[in-house]
Design a protein around this ligand. Structure first.
Ligand code: ZN
Length: 479
């Protein structure tokens, strides 16, 4: 097994991963702010942290992993007030949807799912600790963090603090580096807004204090890994460090792992550009959860991911290829005996697969190891050179693969139905399929293989599999 290396945002370097306590990993992931349905950019990060978690488990670490649900922040407060409902009522629909999305995407549950609104008392206690350590000041009923007092401020996101005026404040939970200021730990209530009566006065917590308080409550004052999207590094994670370390005097997080942005067809995803997709938008179009998971997992997390529909189509075929290979291993009869070279080939693929993941979760390398092996094994099978003795080790390698990538189980239809997207209802009808199959045949007769292939892919993307039989006929079936 290869030594696990991770790129730590804090040091800016790739470092060997060694947890504080041997054999155990304490990990925190910033969960969603539940004011809307999660989009594919959010799930890029959630799939990344799921792969990390699964890999650490595969390596035998005992995980204590916390993911929070931010169910109180500026946007939630404003939306709930506008809708005239309490914040719990407002957020519940999105909490339920998020859990359902995670299930569809095979994102494992962490050991602790926690909600910010269940933990107001510990946030208040943390603010009191910061008051005692004189890192705070009050203004008009709100409590602010004095960033000039914390000498390590800016170390994570490497921002230039030279232009910052002491005492300048920012009240929004989210702001950019240019507006780095003293931020609100506790916000005085505005008329019509939800608030809590507490020993530090009426109000509600700022977004940043939520994660500091909850991470330390469940994981201790120094935790091994903190993950999130790169857009959270500033100000959110910077402020988490400032809060936690000013309270405890100890290092808060040892390894910061951030997933890069997701682009859609080369552009920043935004509602105004019309390229903004929730998971549900894609499921409604008939795309499979496994294909989406595969597409999001296939690009190493530290690289920008350019999400394209071509890519999603390719992911659909890639998952299909793997499932077909597993079916072949299970169903076909192979000549008895063993093949030393194939046994070696499997061991090499498994080694390369592990090496890729150990190298800062380089999923591209791990997937290449799998697909190279599948291609070679398929050729060996076609030639009658694959032996029965290699079926078991090959299936074991695929099982290991699936402990990480989790796409082999053929349960997409079931998942989509659970979410309310019937595959057959949304899919093409028989007449339409027959026509496309005939078009493809016509193209093949004209030796226009590009068109034939495009039609086959289109059908595959819509859940229709084609089988070219030996007598020249074409069979099709719905997945
Ligand atoms: Zn957070």
């Amino acid at each position: 097994m290869h030594e696990i290396q991770v790129q730590n945002t804090l040091s800016g370097k790739v470092e060997p991963f060694v947890p504080l306590k041997k054999g155990e990993v304490h990990m925190y992931t910033c969960g969603p702010t539940v004011y809307d349905f999660a989009h594919i950019g959010n799930f890029r990060t959630f799939v990344f942290q799921d792969i990390l978690r699964r890999f650490l488990k595969l390596r035998g670490f005992k995980m204590t992993h916390v993911m929070n649900l931010t169910d109180v922040d500026d946007r939630i407060i404003a939306n709930a007030a506008a809708a005239g409902v309490g914040i719990r009522e407002y957020t519940q629909k999105y909490v339920d949807a998020f859990f359902a999305d995670c299930k569809a995407m095979s994102v494992e549950s962490p050991e602790h799912w926690i909600r910010a609104t269940d933990n107001i008392d510990i946030m208040v206690a943390l603010i009191q600790r910061l008051q005692k350590n004189t890192y705070t000041y009050d203004s008009e009923g709100s409590i602010y963090y004095r960033i000039t007092k914390f000498k390590d401020y800016g170390k994570l996101s490497k921002i230039d603090l030279s232009g910052i005026k002491a005492g300048a404040r920012v009240d929004n939970d989210r702001y950019d580096k240019e507006s780095a200021r003293d931020f609100a730990l506790w916000k005085a209530p505005k008329p019509g807004e939800h608030f809590w009566e507490t020993p530090i006065g009426p109000g509600r917590p700022g977004w940043h204090i939520e994660c500091s308080a909850m991470a330390m409550k469940y994981l201790g004052e120094t935790i091994d890994i903190h993950t999130g999207g790169i857009d959270l590094a500033f100000p959110h994670h910077e402020n988490e460090i400032a809060q936690s370390q000013a309270a405890t005097g100890k290092q808060f997080v040892r390894y910061w792992l951030h997933a890069e942005h997701l682009l859609v067809e080369g552009e920043k995803m935004s509602k105004s550009l019309g390229n903004f997709f929730t998971l549900r938008d894609l499921f409604a179009k008939g795309y499979k959860p496994s294909a989406l998971r595969f597409a999001l997992a296939s690009v190493p997390y530290r690289r920008q991911l350019n999400f394209t529909f071509d890519g999603l189509q390719q992911a659909t075929s890639s998952v299909e290829r793997l499932r077909n290979f597993v079916a072949r291993l299970r169903d076909e009869k192979f000549p008895a005996g063993k093949s030393a070279s194939m046994a070696e080939r499997i061991a090499k693929a498994a080694g390369d697969f592990d090496a890729g993941l150990a190298d800062d979760l380089n999923t591209a390398v791990s997937l290449a190891a799998m697909f190279d092996f599948v291609r070679e094994a398929n050729i060996a099978m076609d030639k009658g050179e694959f032996r029965e003795g290699e079926v078991k080790p090959a299936l074991e390698f695929l099982a290991t693969f699936d402990k990480i990538f989790a796409v082999l189980e053929d349960n997409d239809a079931e998942k989509l139905t659970t979410l309310g997207y019937g595959t057959t209802a949304a899919g093409p009808d028989d007449a339409e399929i027959e026509k496309l199959v005939a078009d493809r045949e016509a193209a093949r007769k004209k030796r226009d293989f590009a068109t034939a292939d495009r039609i086959r892919k289109e059908l595959a993307g819509r859940g229709i599999l084609l089988e070219d039989t030996k007598d020249g006929a074409v069979r099709w079936k719905r997945k």
